[in-house]
Design a protein around this ligand. Structure first.
Ligand code: ADP
Ligand code: ZN
Length: 742
């Protein structure tokens, strides 16, 4: 289901489709658009103001990134957080696109560098904070270059009706006047019509096309469990996610600390995150999570904005959030890569009491009423027995086509119906009536369980005929049935103490005129999960490749998910390509990644297949080469007689190899052939501008042991992780140093 509020002009749209698709494939290695991406991109291409509403993980960034490289000039991207900007710039650079950001954390030198790039018109995307963009100095400077369009990311920050209102976003209302004739495009995951209209108005969008995608996230499995011993329940969920990363949300800082510590004692690797920690500690937790040095973050709602980590495999709510908007947003951080992920909420009615208590301080009656409504919807979600995907999208004003989502505890039938629901329901309702309708769920459950606690005996309720009627069931189970009966309208809970009262339909039920549905809550450990994408994937090879990804990430100083997404690793571990041609067919590998990481990936897979006697290139079409070129064919280190003119300036300026290759449209190997000649002629041994120090040290360590006679043993000693051309550069400098020393 992909609804768009108004349909796009398809004729104009198709004019760009081919061009856009080519870029998508070339740079990102993706073969197709996600829903509404093509339409959204076409609007940018056609300079038509737009607002695009897609859920987290819907692929909003590509909606402006692909047009940015397909158009002339520089695209300005407004983004609220430095961490978000940095992540996006890293990720664009990793696919070979010229992007940069300007922010307050940069050194003067960095800023000058970016300004130079803009002046030389070499940049395609510039990320910038709203308050900076509207400064006269910035505007004046940007006037020198051709601004292609403006994209406003996280556009809901402009609306005070949204939950992330940022006053500095308000300044964006002047953009229209400051950049006349430049189209403006907003992107958000916030679904409410009020916020949407506010964005259009505040940004001054003209005749804007509003595209609204489906809010369903079919790859997320939703579950709700009645909370008993929270830690034990969390532990059971974590067992299903060994070695995977995830987030656990708690309401309070205190609970964050306690949960994190309890899990660490049980042998899990977790770090806490909440507003009470120092900036440094928070930063450290966040970095460790992003870099996968720690699997699990236990956090308050303070955590999440600015986290683009695509391979979060589970989000657990140890307590109930205060609204479905919050739940949708927090759980939505799972599975951005489109692969299956689990979202489980542990719920207890006590959670609602905490939120009610926290709302006591709110003075504005309208705000308070809105808070109470939100809380009520949230509780209904927890106690309802309808499909959770359906409930979530309905809350955002949409509907699911299918009746069974196949990805929630209800549709997966993880909760079994009880055999005689009417009898159980009647026992519960009659106990409530006999108790005088003056007690809550916990008390009622204790009476039915047959408790002799002081309050019950003092009230004489141990002599009620309903006392101990449900002795055989757990108190937790009875409480869950009470919730279920409330959610079906047979009882309601009223007043400050949530006293249970039987409704008129409840009275019909007592007479046997109606049937309730009651489900047994799950007691199992092993549960079915949504259709997962592990088919044909060699799990051990996947782990091997993950190790490789982590090492590459450290070398490149970017998060692992920017090197390769989990989907790409799974495809590699299923198809096991050992040739360049095969590798090109893997989703998520565009030209830049093929060039940069191709050798190490092919090497790792080939070794694995040899060691484990596995077939390679499964399901890939190969016509020529069957042996990996990079591994067998090594160019001889032929002497170069002259260095072509066009290279010299780049070498003098110590421009990185990849960039020269890009600019001159040559391979890195060719560039290095001339660069080594250049080093030899000038007797340059300091190659810090071309090869990062950690790589140099690693290669030199191998060189010390193996000598520089042949490159192949060095390449293998370095586990194939460093391309030949880099090794060749270090070898050249090393040999020069040796000559100097002797
Ligand atoms: P959003 O900003 O809407 O939350 P992102 O732009 O971060 O979503 O995209 C989420 C993930 O989906 C990223 O890892 C991105 O690379 C991937 N993605 C986006 N578009 C496609 C596509 N057409 N095919 C495959 N993967 C895609
Ligand atoms: Zn369902």
């Amino acid at each position: 289901m992909n609804s768009s509020e108004s349909t796009t002009d398809t004729a104009a749209d198709s004019g760009y489709a081919l061009q856009l698709r080519t870029q998508l494939q070339k740079h990102w290695g993706y073969s197709d658009f996600r829903p509404l991406q093509r339409e959204a991109m076409s609007l940018v291409m056609g300079d038509r103001d737009s607002l695009v509403v897609l859920p987290t993980g819907g692929g909003k960034s590509l909606c402006y990134q692909v047009p940015a490289i397909s158009r002339d000039g520089l695209a300005l991207i407004v983004s609220p957080l430095i961490s978000l900007m940095k992540d996006q710039v890293d990720s664009l650079q990793s696919v070979g696109i010229k992007a940069a950001c300007i922010n307050s954390m940069q050194t003067q030198r960095d800023k000058i560098e970016v300004a130079d790039l803009i002046r030389r018109r070499e940049l395609k995307l510039l990320y910038i904070a709203p308050e900076r963009l509207v400064q006269p100095k910035t505007i004046e400077f940007l006037a020198q270059s051709k601004v292609s369009f403006i994209a406003v990311d996280e556009a809901h920050c402009i609306s005070q009706w949204g939950h992330d209102f940022r006053p500095e976003y308000r300044q964006l209302s002047s953009l229209r006047d400051v950049f006349p004739g430049v189209s403006i495009h907003g992107y958000t995951a916030t679904a409410t019509p009020q916020v949407r209209n506010d964005i259009v108005e505040q940004l001054g969008l003209k005749n804007a096309e509003v595209l609204v995608g489906s809010f369903d996230r079919p790859n997320l499995v939703y579950r709700v469990e009645r909370r008993a011993d929270g830690i034990t329940q969390i532990q059971q969920i974590l067992k299903r996610h060994k070695g995977e990363t995830g987030i656990i949300y708690c309401i309070s800082r205190k609970n964050v600390e306690a949960t994190s510590q309890a899990l660490n004692r049980l042998g899990f690797r977790t770090l806490p995150y909440h507003a009470g920690l120092s900036d440094d500690d928070r930063h450290r937790s966040q970095e460790a999570f992003i870099e996968e040095k720690v699997d699990i973050i236990v956090a308050t709602v303070a955590f999440g904005m600015g986290i683009d980590k695509s391979n979060v495999r589970f989000v657990i709510h140890a307590e109930m959030p205060k609204s479905l908007e919050h739940y949708q947003q927090e759980s939505g951080r799972a599975g951005r890569d489109g692969l299956e992920a689990e979202c489980t909420l542990l719920y207890s009615p006590a959670d609602a009491e905490i939120w009610n208590f926290l709302m006591n301080d709110v003075e504005d009656p309208a705000v308070k009423a809105a808070g109470e409504t939100s809380l009520r919807s949230m509780r209904q979600y927890c106690t309802s027995m309808r499909c959770r995907h359906q409930l979530l999208v309905e809350h955002f004003g949409q509907k699911l086509d299918s009746l069974n989502c196949g990805a929630c505890d209800i549709c997966l039938k993880e909760m079994q119906p009880v055999e005689e629901p009417l009898v159980i329901a009647q026992k519960i309702l009659s106990s409530v009536i006999r108790q005088g309708e003056r007690f809550g769920a916990a008390y009622t459950a204790q009476v039915l369980k047959g408790s002799k606690n002081k309050r019950i005996t003092e009230n004489g309720h141990d002599s009620l005929s309903t006392w101990g009627l449900l002795k055989a069931d757990s108190e937790l189970q009875i409480r869950s049935w009470i919730d279920q009966l409330v959610s079906q309208g047979f009882m309601r809970s009223v007043g400050e103490y949530n006293c249970l009262q039987v409704t008129s339909t409840g009275r019909q039920l007592l007479k046997g005129q109606l049937q309730p549905t009651l489900l047994k809550t799950r007691t199992t450990e092993k549960v079915a999960s949504a259709e997962d994408k592990w088919e044909g994937v060699d799990r051990d090879l996947f782990e091997e490749l993950r190790g490789m990804r982590n090492r590459l990430a450290v070398q490149k100083n970017v998060p692992p998910y920017i090197v390769f997404g989990d989907g790409t690793l799974r495809a590699l571990a299923a198809h096991r390509p050992t040739t360049r041609q095969g590798l090109q067919q893997i989703q998520g590998i565009g030209v830049k990644k093929l060039q940069e990481f191709g050798p190490v990936v092919l090497f790792t897979i080939q070794q694995w297949c040899e060691q484990h006697k596995l077939s390679s290139n499964v399901g890939l079409s190969l016509d020529e080469e069957t042996v990996p070129q990079e591994i067998t064919k090594i160019e001889p280190r032929a002497a170069v007689s002259s260095i072509p003119e066009e290279y010299l300036e780049y070498f003098e300026q110590r421009i990185p190899v990849e960039e020269v290759a890009d600019q001159l449209d040559r391979t890195a190997d060719t560039v290095v052939k001339y660069l080594t000649a250049f080093l030899q002629r000038r007797r340059i041994t300091d190659i810090g501008s071309w090869v990062p120090l950690i790589q140099q040290t690693r290669i030199e360590e191998s060189l010390g042991r193996l000598g520089s006679e042949r490159l192949k043993p060095l390449f293998e000693d370095l586990k194939g992780e460093i391309p030949y051309y880099v090794i060749r550069l270090v070898v050249t400098a090393w040999e020069l140093k040796q000559q100097e020393d002797s």
